[in-house]
Structures are given as structure tokens and as C-alpha cells.
Design a protein around this ligand. Sequence first.
Ligand code: SF4
Ligand code: SF4
Length: 373
Amino acid sequence: MNYTTYGKTGERVSLLGMGGMRWTKEMSDEEAVAALHRANELGINYFDTAPGYCDDRSEPILGKALANMPNDDWLVATKGPNGLTESEVRERIDTSLDRLGVEAIDFYFLWCIITPEQYTKALQPGMCLDGIRKAHEEGLIKHVGISSHMESTGLKRIVDDGLFEFLMVPYNAVNFGQREDGVRYAKEHGMGVAAMNPLHGGIIAQYKDKLSIFEGSERNGVEEGLRFCIESPYIDVALSGMNTVAQVEENVGYAESYSPLAAEEFDKRVEELRSSFDAMCTSCAYCVSGCPENIFIPAYMEVYNHYLLTGSIEETKGRLNWHKQFGLLRDKAPVAANCIECGNCEEVCTQYLDIMTRLAWLDEQIESQMQQS
Ligand code: SF4
Ligand code: SF4
């Protein structure tokens, strides 16, 4: 296993981290513990969990595993929902400590910042960050970080505020364009960076052969997804939700085959990926500022990407719905039907996409139907 230093924390972390969000209802605690122990035996030392994951079983399962880990080299990461008050998050921290059976949590995240408003609120006196900081001062938390789904502009604000030692973001070979600048900025400023969702919700694993960016590759989708994050010199830990011993062994094998590239080499890879996205939006966001209707075009085009990959109206609806509830369209009023076909976006689109046609299709086939139901 290869390791790196997790930014300002100074902690040595494995490039592949173990996610704790994939324990299924059918799995016993013992099966999950066996997978966690195998990961530790094979050199993974970063173990991620959160309250609520897997019907709230994830933290207790990790606690069971930590009680008799094969070796002492492990670090545990868990999280506190950003909307909590200072006292509420303190209760959560105490519960997490108890469930994990540890005296201190190595990495604690201000969790799941999707909008700038959530970020601002969490930083207000008496709110979530105050509770986390207090626990840090008392030695119950060793390092404080943040997880965010915001794009590069939001991430840069977090970096500039200088309140966190590390950052976790959704980042992979398909969506990197949304956060690449922010991730690099964080790294330049000494923060640790963890990538969640390296397989883009399973899309890379399932549809790798349909993705033009991997054309000609004989590697499977899981390997390609992990490879991209591990080869990035801007990512310290690629978090993968592995739920069996076999999956752990397979993924560790991939992780050990790759190591971070020199910045110039990785930049070349990013450019190659950008230029081989065939008919798909790369989330570069060049189209955003010129839209007179303030439609957040990259989100709609990402939903359309989903349709190109899955060919399923139902799944595409699900993707749009997710963006409206939790993702890039949360709190955004303009919809696909607001497009006035001015053509500004198509003039600047780096992928030469027929954005207007795609928006019209999304409106007719997906969004209007959702509004009616
Ligand atoms: S064509 Fe539509 S989506 Fe594109 S910039 Fe004009 S109004 Fe916005
Ligand atoms: S310019 Fe084109 S590729 Fe870039 S985000 Fe907009 S639609 Fe996607």
C-alpha cells in the first residue's frame, strides 16, 4: 500500500481509504468486520464512517472492528451534520466516541455542505462548527475537516477561510471538471483532500465501456475509477465503499498498481480525458455566466450525460430529482423550460454540445413529467 501525508494534519494515510456506507441489510456485522479487518491487514489505515450510514449500523460496526484490529495502524473519520447547533453536535460527537469505542476521533467533518448558505450558517456562533471546535480543544477530536458538494468557487471560499485542515469532495474521472480548480487550490494551501465517490455512484464501474474517455482500455471500470483518483497528485485518499473481503483484496490490488503522477503528467491526463468526452458535458462551467435566464446548464447536461449512459428515462428522472434535492440544482429556481434559445451557451461550449436541444428534451421527457406527478 502507498501512503501520503494528509495535508496540515501531518497524519500518514493510505491512498485507498475504506468507506463505511455499503453495509447491506443482508450482511451480518461479522461479515462487515471481516472486510474491515482484511483492509487493515492489507495496509489500509483510513476508515470512514458517519452517523446514519447503513440504517445507522456503520459506526457501531466500525467500533466492533476497531476493538480488535489486526494491527495498530488505523485512523477513524466520522461526521456531524452541518445544520446542528453547538450542543446538538456535541451530543453526536459523544455518541460517535461511544459507538466507535475510541477516546478521540482522528478526523471529524463538518458534514455535507451543499450550499454557501449552509456553510455560512454552520459557522455562526453557537452552531455546528463551534461545537466541533470545542470538542477539538478538549482533545476529543484530533483534526477538523469539512465535506462539501459545492463547486470550485465554494471550495475556494472554504480554503480562504482557513478553518479546516482537510476537505472531502465528490471527485472522479467523470465529474472532476466541477471541482478540479477547487481541489488544486486546497492542495496548494496545504489542506488534505479526500475523494468520495471515485466510481461516480457506480456509473464508471457499470458503464465503463460506454464512456468514450476509456475507449480502448482493457482495465475494468473499478480499476479505471480508482486509478484516476490515486494518480491525481491533488488527492490524498480515494475512499471506496468495499463491502466484502474479495472487494477489499481486488481494490487494494488496483491501488497498489498506481501512485500519484507528477503534476505535468496528470495535467496531460486531465486534458486527454476532457478531449475524449464524446458528446458528453465535462462540467467545465464555461456556459454558466452567459445564460440570461440563469439556468444552471452544467447540472442539466450532467443529467443528460446520465441518460446517454443508462438510456433509462426512470434513472434520468432519479438523477434530476437528486440534483434538485441535494445537488447542483438545490435552491435554484430556473428550469430547462426557461431556455429562450438565445444560443449563448452553445457558442462557448467546450464540447460543442447541442445544449438547446438537450434542454428541450429534458423539459419534455423528464422535468415537466416530474412537475405533473
Ligand atoms: S440558449 Fe438557453 S440555456 Fe443557453 S444561454 Fe440561452 S437561455 Fe441559457
Ligand atoms: S460549456 Fe459545455 S461542456 Fe462545459 S459545462 Fe457547459 S455544457 Fe458542459
